[in-house]
Design a protein around this ligand. Structure first.
Ligand SMILES: [Zn+2]
Ligand SMILES: [Zn+2]
Ligand SMILES: [Zn+2]
Length: 701
């Protein structure tokens, strides 16, 4: 928590629900140079995940080339170069007017020549495409766009299955009526029903196709060596994510390669194609051997892909197998990605980029049952970050230490038993180590007597879960669809919205209805920890998926006008009204300084009026008050309404914008406006930002 380190040391007072009358600061904070300032975080939509653009759908269809669907590729294991659809490269598309939410057409990236595609690759270089964004940020945005498409398709698929089910039920009713209760066709019906319920196409494959059609694949041209923005140790949650980044462009095959179409290009003179660029070690083939820095890799083909991956036929020296052999002759580096089993991943696997290797040997072997199998020996290039770090972190993440064994433990549970999962605090920075202090934990918002939260809307009359009710009035308040999907029991917001309307006290649905996703309480094991330069921070022990809610920002609800003159770094403006009034949505606002909140609106005629209410977490609050600012955060702020329609009093809720891996710190954009903080001497006060993001604005305010 920036600037809050100086607060006097006090015991945490985890008294559940203190009488509200005592909610003013327990001890006055010590005087600091910023005494008269109230810093206000903003609930505006900053740094939100991008909404995917559907503009492409309305365009006339290109003469059909190949590959609209991913399902075709499923059985076409050795199809040459099916990855990037031909349509995506037509120059005519670039001229089309871009929707505000649509990403810039991606210029073709010159592949790194083999001679310099060594270990000191371009991964650290910023702004390789001249867009002003770091390569890391573009990786992040690409994954966010993919995840958003993915959730849309999950939702679409669930709706389709739901409709099919209802149709079957209706037919069943009809049949029973006409047949007078006879139950003859029921087995057949059950089969039809089972078939109808099955997804016609996997949502991840649909999302890949969508990304290709909208030119949103980050590196559509194949490249040799490291890719900018992707570091050794980076992890991916599915093969699909790797396809949309372009680090490995095939969602099923193990070997990615440049086909013969690259032959004759100037930068590839003297090379023989096809040429391997990347392999995935899935760990499921019986003949692979992995000694970390040295791999014996089995060629592709001849496997029983639908069964247990056993060798059922001979392999041929073509495509990927030939590419690996050519790579040995050419001596080009090959990216190696390892898959690990993970119960945290929706695919059941996590993939780690382990850096560059070279093929140093190859031979033919008679595999199990005498089938011909190609073997390749790869050696890791020297001078790369070591492999062990990612494996150690990975293992720890799967089985974290118990709370009592945590190094630097200063508090077993800062929530004092209020949260369903304890939140320990650790301090390995201060000597002696001190716990966070000076506030009272409260997992819910405290509303003073003078402010009344209305509860006047008419709720829906659904039974069970609103997702299975066609005419849910709460769904209609959100447009037409519920804002969440539940997949494998994890509710996720499909996309950020100006306001999310959840089911509430006046609805008759179940308490675990998907449209109450943000009301389910803490779902993850978190830890509050002392950082070296940013005060306290919060990190997760569990994997958090994009769109999953983290928590409400709690504290004391206050009128903005009542706040002035107090030193306070914990104020969060409820200003989603401004968000809704915004010119054309969040795309313009994201990252644009012009729209950042203004602490002194009277100095700026364009600034919106100050929000009427805010949340003050200086003396009462939950763990959200410890979450640090980042200019490239992994959380975003979402306003949520449930029992009323007054956006001035909306709940301020934090959601995951990205896949957040175990031990990563949580962060969101505080949204302070630069040059807007004026000290007692009349000079502008500047605070450096320590978030460390490649696109850091360098100052918090
Ligand atoms: Zn509901
Ligand atoms: Zn409902
Ligand atoms: Zn409802």
């Amino acid at each position: 928590m920036e600037t809050m380190n100086s607060v006097a040391v006090m015991e945490v007072a985890p008294v559940p629900d203190p009488p509200f009358e005592n909610a003013t600061p327990l001890t006055p904070p010590p005087p600091t140079p910023l005494e008269a300032l109230t810093l206000r975080r903003s609930a505006r939509c900053l740094n939100m995940p991008r909404r995917p653009s559907y503009a492409e759908q309305e365009r006339p269809k290109q003469p059909s080339g190949r590959g609209r669907g991913g399902d075709k590729r499923k059985i076409d294991e050795e199809s040459p170069e099916p990855q990037v659809t031909q349509e995506a490269k037509k120059p005519g598309r670039k001229a089309a007017k871009a929707d505000p939410g649509e990403r810039e057409p991606m210029p073709v990236i010159a592949a790194v020549p083999v001679s310099c595609a060594g270990v000191t690759g371009a991964a650290a270089k910023d702004d390789v495409m001249g867009s002003g964004k770091s390569a890391k940020l573009r990786v992040k945005e690409t994954l966010r766009a993919f995840n958003s498409h993915y959730l849309h398709f999950v939702q679409e698929e669930q709706k389709r299955a739901q409709a099919a089910l209802q149709e079957i039920e209706a037919k069943g009713c009809l049949k029973r009526q006409t047949k007078g209760g006879k139950n003859k066709g029921s087995k057949q019906d059950a089969e039809v029903e089972e078939k109808e319920k099955r997804p016609s196409k996997r949502p991840d494959l649909k999302a890949i196709t969508k990304m290709q059609e909208t030119n949103a694949v980050l590196y559509p041209e194949k490249r040799i060596g490291h890719l900018p923005g992707i570091d050794v140790g980076d992890r991916f949650y599915s093969r699909a994510e790797m396809v949309v980044l372009g680090i490995h462009s095939h969602w099923l095959n193990g070997i990615d390669y440049m086909g013969v179409k690259y032959e004759g290009k100037k930068e590839y003179e003297n090379l023989t194609f096809p040429l391997a660029t990347c392999i995935v070690m899935s760990g499921i083939y019986e003949d692979d051997l992995d000694k970390a820095d040295e791999i014996i890799y089995t060629g592709q083909g001849g496997n029983d892909l639908l069964g247990n991956h056993r060798q059922i036929g001979s392999q041929q020296l073509k495509r990927g197998n030939l590419a690996l052999k050519n790579s040995r002759d050419n001596g080009n580096p090959i990216r190696v990605i390892r898959g690990h089993v993970s119960k945290n991943s929706y695919t059941g696997k996590v993939y780690t980029y382990d850096g560059l290797y070279k093929v140093v040997d190859d031979w033919v072997q008679n595999g199990v049952q005498g089938h011909v199998v190609f073997k390749y020996k790869l050696k890791r290039l020297e001078g790369q970050p070591s492999l062990t770090t990612s494996e150690v972190r990975f293992t720890r993440a799967e089985a974290p230490t118990t709370i009592s064994e945590l190094p630097g433990l200063v508090c077993d549970d800062i929530s004092g038993g209020q949260e369903s999962i304890p939140i320990p605090a650790t301090n390995l920075v201060d000597d002696p180590p001190v716990p966070p202090s000076g506030f009272t934990y409260s997992k819910s918002l405290k509303v003073p007597k003078g402010i009344k939260i209305p509860s006047n809307i008419i709720g829906c009359d659904c039974e069970g879960d609103c997702a299975s009710n066609k005419n849910c009035s709460c769904a209609q308040r959100n447009g037409s669809d519920l804002p969440y999907v539940s997949y494998k029991n994890i509710g996720r917001l499909v996309e950020p919205k100006a306001v999310v309307f959840e089911c509430g006290a006046n609805c008759s649905c179940n308490h675990d209805c998907v449209n109450r996703t943000s009301q389910q309480g803490l779902q993850y094991r978190l830890e509050v920890f002392k950082t070296a330069s940013k005060g306290w921070g919060v990190r997760t022990w569990d994997t958090i998926l994009p769109g999953a809610p983290i928590c409400e920002y709690t504290g004391v609800l206050r009128r903005t006008e009542d706040l002035d003159g107090l030193q306070n770094n914990y104020v969060f403006d409820i200003d989603c009204l401004q968000t809704m009034k915004g010119l054309d949505g969040r795309e313009k606002r994201a990252g644009s300084e012009m729209h950042l909140p203004n602490l002194h609106p009277e100095n700026d005629s364009e600034a919106p009026p100050a929000p009427e209410y805010c949340i003050d977490a200086s003396s009462i609050g939950n763990f959200a008050r410890f979450i640090n600012h980042s200019c490239q955060p992994n959380l975003f702020v979402q306003c949520v309404l449930s029992s009323h329609n007054d956006v001035k009093l909306a709940k301020v809720t934090l959601f995951a914008a990205d896949t957040i891996l175990p031990l990563q710190e949580l962060s969101y954009d505080y949204g302070y406006r630069l040059d807007s903080v004026v000290g007692p001497d009349g000079n502008i006060v500047k605070l450096p930002c320590y978030c460390g993001a490649p696109d850091c604005r360098k100052r918090l305010y």
